[in-house]
Write a protein that binds this ligand. Structure first.
Ligand SMILES: [Mg+2]
Length: 262
């Protein structure tokens, strides 16, 4: 009998990829206006430079373990407790400036000052562009009638809380909100799933994990022997990680849960 549903946040309930995309588009348009460079080329270049820089810092292993991606590094401030978050806080101002300046350079523009300006514009645009999937609230509204809900998200507490602050309607649905950076380990580590079960006082057979990421949400749940639902909206290829169920829309959860609890 399933009593509790654990939801991932980014790209499961919140459409983070679209928010990031919109912030890139708006920021890169400034460069297109000033220097007549192709905005989409600049976006690609900055994404590339950001990935490379991000993985070169000695905080990389920590960000991988907690689950903080390079584009979150482009707008997060990391005012979080933990030595590694302090390190990130020191790194990110330079990281942002460098990523944007190098991206510009890759498009033939050498302008550090403008790079710094774009680096500040991106976080402002990201904050302005929250997107929630159109079905998220409808689905949560119905599920909360019959199930207890928990949010299990990887990331910096400050940044994940910022996402929740700019979409304040989400928080009241959840009995518990667990953020990996505050717990100390991220999905797919089994300990964070165990922690979530404890917090809800349910067994692994009474909970189900819903998420978009095979390597974190689904892998972690399966390591624990907890049932999982992979939300695959964009027809991604499967890998060796096996979800118990695969859906393309959150509304499919209703019939799936009805069947499980019959
Ligand atoms: Mg996700």
């Amino acid at each position: 009998m399933i009593k509790a549903i654990f939801f991932d946040l980014d790209d499961t309930l919140l459409w983070d990829q679209k928010s990031v995309k919109e912030a890139f588009v708006a920021t890169c348009q400034l460069a297109e206006q000033k220097y007549q460079i192709d905005a989409s080329k600049l976006e690609e270049a900055v994404r590339q430079e950001a990935r490379e820089l991000y993985s070169s810092y000695d905080t990389y292993e920590f960000t991988q373990m907690i689950g903080i991606n390079p584009f979150e590094g482009l707008w997060g401030n990391f005012n979080d407790e933990h030595e590694n978050f302090q390190k990130m806080k020191d790194i990110v101002p330079t990281y942002r400036k460098e990523a944007w300046t190098r991206g510009l350079k890759a498009c033939g523009v050498d302008d550090q000052e403008f790079g710094a300006l774009l680096a500040e514009e991106f976080p402002a645009q990201r904050r302005k562009s929250p997107f929630v999937y159109e079905e998220s609230f409808r689905v949560l509204d119905r599920l909360k009638e019959s199930y207890r809900l928990l949010l299990l998200t990887n990331g910096s507490p400050e940044l994940q809380n910022t996402k929740l602050e700019i979409t304040p309607e989400l928080v009241p649905y959840f009995e518990q909100i667990i953020i990996s950076g505050a717990f100390g380990r991220g999905k797919p580590d089994v300990t964070i799933f165990e922690h979530a079960l404890e917090k809800m006082n349910v067994t692994k057979d009474e909970a189900i994990m819903v998420g978009d990421n095979l390597m974190t949400d689904i892998l972690g749940a399966s390591r624990l022997g907890m049932k999982s639902v992979w939300i695959n909206r964009h027809n991604k290829e499967r890998n060796e990680v096996q979800p118990d169920f695969e859906i393309t829309h959150l509304e499919e959860l209703f019939s799936l849960l009805d069947k499980l609890n019959k």
